[in-house]
Design a protein around this ligand. Structure first.
Ligand code: 4AD
Ligand code: MG
Length: 457
């Protein structure tokens, strides 16, 4: 259907005077004796197009004025009577699809919780359309950042036989009938499609390392799956994961790249989504634009885990889970560090080896690993990364200590056998980044069809 995007009609000064066809959904209708006004949205911009109907010349079909109906309007572009931009003087209004009054997206402000129950329709609200425009801009910026900095885009497999994070949170991939009988686990999987226990990948990192130790700088950007039993506002069973991996990089390089990338992404969203951010600044998080502008322009903080624990221990009385050296940081501790102590994003580095993954580079102190988590206000952990253990002997030791099956990681160990190099990388949770940019407080509200524990709408 030949038509012009509303974004273009609204904003291009050189369109004034031309005749166009626009298509969209009716967002409001106001009627008076001589004129009527239809507000149309086609998703291309945050702002809606005002269509002016001169009733002495045109009597619109009442179905074309109903909230949610889809219409095509032919008309002349004129400068807006009020405010900047353009509006449309209608000559013809044609109905594309009726919208009966039981349409659940009504004008009165509904709750996010109610809208979660209608995931197939909620994108027609201002809030959700804005979230998904920001999400798209951020995704494009990720590809642009890595492309501009000489990284290759790699697609890691989603079905895998090796667990990267080793936290026992993998979804099983199987063709076995539910009541398959077997004498042992090994016997059971022998009859399965792959002949071994397979699952959905929790991270593309291990394959990313394969690619980085040949191509130098790579990134993956795809879904990761975790059967985490955490029913929180920051966990999904299926999330999108950005994972760069860089050969010849040590922990300080990893930190520098993570900060540079994050600031690039924030600048892109600030530049490309001004209307959306203004909206979120008003309705989701007061001060959002100021927060993002500060992130774009100032350095992040860095502190070691040991320093962080020293700070947190003084506040133990206020925490639900008091900390001591060796304990994993809970969300309340992460938030305290980034929101109260540093008041900006902070990289925490050099965690105890017992609470981190097997592949992280072991520090000379024998107690910590060269890991880093980036914590940001409002969210907590948004990035997890590390330098990788490049020494074959030490890596095998770490696997033995965790009772891991070496045979399943033969290829990964080969990377340390043949021309091993220092290397590292990190993972950014894409949905957490979208939450950070929009001020949305629940990860289920930045995902088209969120999947979580007992939740598959
Ligand atoms: O810290 P994580 O577990 O690190 C890894 O998976 C490494 N292999 C990354 C790497 O070094 N290449 O996960 C990285 C990030 C987290 O910081 C978080 O933002 C996000 O992924 N994440 C989740 N996001 C939503 N739902 C979940 N269940 C998530 N689990 C992790
Ligand atoms: Mg982590």
């Amino acid at each position: 259907m030949k038509h012009t995007d509303i974004k273009q009609v609204l904003l291009s000064a050189d369109m004034v005077g031309s005749e166009v066809v626009v298509c969209g959904w009716v967002r409001t209708f106001r009627d008076s004796a001589q004129v009527a006004f239809l507000e149309l949205s086609d998703g291309t911009s945050f702002r809606k197009l005002q269509v002016v109907i001169d009733k002495s010349a045109l009597q619109p079909d009442p179905e074309t004025t109903k909230l949610g109906a889809s219409v095509a309007v032919k008309g002349t572009v004129v400068k807006a009577y009020k405010g900047d931009g353009n509006e449309l003087n209608a000559k013809e209004v044609a109905l594309l699809g009726k919208c009966p009054p039981e349409y659940p997206i009504q004008k009165k402000r509904t709750t996010l919780e109610f809208l979660r129950g209608i995931p197939h329709l909620r994108l027609r609200t201002n809030t959700f359309a804005a979230v998904f425009r920001v999400r798209s801009v951020a995704a494009q910026a990720i590809h642009r950042y890595f492309h501009e900095h000489g990284y290759y885009y790699i697609n890691a497999p989603l079905i895998t036989a090796s667990d990267c994070e080793g936290a026992g949170e993998m979804f099983r991939v199987t063709t076995q009938p539910w009541n398959a009988a077997a004498e042992s686990e090994r016997e059971y999987f022998k009859n399965d499609f792959f002949g071994v226990k397979a699952g959905l990948s929790v991270s593309g990192q291990l394959e990313g390392e394969v690619a980085a130790t040949a191509l130098g700088k790579i990134y993956t950007f795809g879904p990761s799956f975790r059967a985490e039993n955490s029913n929180t506002t920051r966990h999904l069973a299926e999330f999108w994961h950005v994972e760069p991996e860089i050969a010849f990089a040590e922990l300080p390089d990893v930190i520098e790249i993570a900060e540079d990338m994050l600031r690039y992404l924030v600048r892109a969203v600030l530049a490309e989504c001004p209307d959306e951010l203004k909206f979120f600044d008003t309705f989701a998080e007061k001060g959002l634009i100021e927060k993002l502008s500060a992130v774009a322009d100032s350095d992040f903080a860095v502190c070691t885990y040991t320093e962080a624990i020293a700070i947190l221990e003084k506040q133990n009385a206020h925490f639900q889970f008091p900390v001591k050296w060796g304990s994993d940081l809970q969300s309340e501790h992460e938030k305290y560090l980034t929101e109260v102590v540093f008041k900006r994003p902070v990289f925490v580095t050099d965690y105890p080896k017992e609470i981190k993954s097997f592949y992280m580079k072991q520090n000379a102190d024998g107690k910590t690993v060269a890991a880093t988590d980036l914590l940001v206000p409002g969210i907590g952990e948004i990035i997890g990364g590390s330098e990788r253990e490049a020494d074959l002997g030490k890596l095998r030791q770490a696997m033995v200590a965790r009772g891991m099956d070496e045979a399943a990681y033969r290829q990964y160990l080969d990377l340390r056998r043949f021309g091993s190099v220092p290397h590292g990388g990190f993972g950014l949770g894409f949905e957490r980044f979208v939450m950070y940019c929009t001020g949305m407080e629940n990860i289920r509200d930045v995902t088209l069809f969120p999947r979580a524990v007992k939740y598959i709408p």
